[in-house]
Design a protein around this ligand. Structure first.
Ligand code: GRF
Length: 184
């Protein structure tokens, strides 16, 4: 089973997905990033995975950019497209072309806190629990059908930084497991 991983930043979820390839019997056939400076590129180099880098800043509009993304995907024809900290909203036409084959992981208990600053928003709201959600991608931001959601209790001592750490630890476990179960 071939998957392609999209990322824009640190790439710690990408690393975890790569680390679990053998255990879960899927193969990362390529990666994609819109950010030439993404820290996660280091993991592609370490694991010898080809990463397509296409800077969105070189394009005038989203449709044009996503047209190139679509051609990249058509050439690969992956079983699953895994968004792991990919900080671009995908256009409706791209999402429609790959309907049911794009998954995303979002650092909140959706439908709470779509978008950015989820940890800070959970703290400011005085939430008792926080967590992460894996969902199918639709053309509406962070709103597609939920595949898996895991939560933990927020401690009084928690800060934005500690929540980021806790959520990422959780994600590094549940994302590879979920990818594997979707490919069965
Ligand atoms: C994760 O917390 C994920 O939920 C969100 O972006 C973050 C990516 O982190 N979509 P990393 O780049 O995998 O370290």
């Amino acid at each position: 089973m071939k998957i392609v991983v999209f990322f824009s930043g640190a790439g710690t979820n990408l690393k975890s997905i790569l680390d679990h390839q053998n255990q879960f019997d899927y193969e990362v056939c390529a990666c994609f990033t819109n950010n030439p400076d993404a820290k996660g590129l280091i993991f592609c180099r370490e694991y010898g995975i080809n990463c397509k880098i296409i800077n969105h800043k070189d394009f005038d509009d989203r449709e044009e950019y996503d047209g190139v993304v679509n051609t990249f995907l058509e050439n690969l024809n992956p079983d699953l497209i895994v968004l792991a900290g990919y900080m671009r909203i995908m256009s409706k036409s791209l999402v429609d072309n790959w309907e049911g084959q794009i998954v995303n992981i979002h650092p909140s208990l959706l439908p709470k806190y779509p978008g950015l600053h989820t940890h800070q928003r959970a703290l400011e709201a005085g939430d008792k629990v926080h967590g992460s959600t894996i969902h199918f991608v639709t053309s509406e931001l962070d709103a597609g059908p939920i595949i898996r959601q895991e939560s933990f209790e927020i401690e009084p001592s928690d800060t934005t930084e500690s929540l980021i750490k806790k959520v990422k630890n959780l994600e590094h476990k549940i994302y590879p497991e979920t990818i594997s179960s979707l490919l069965k």
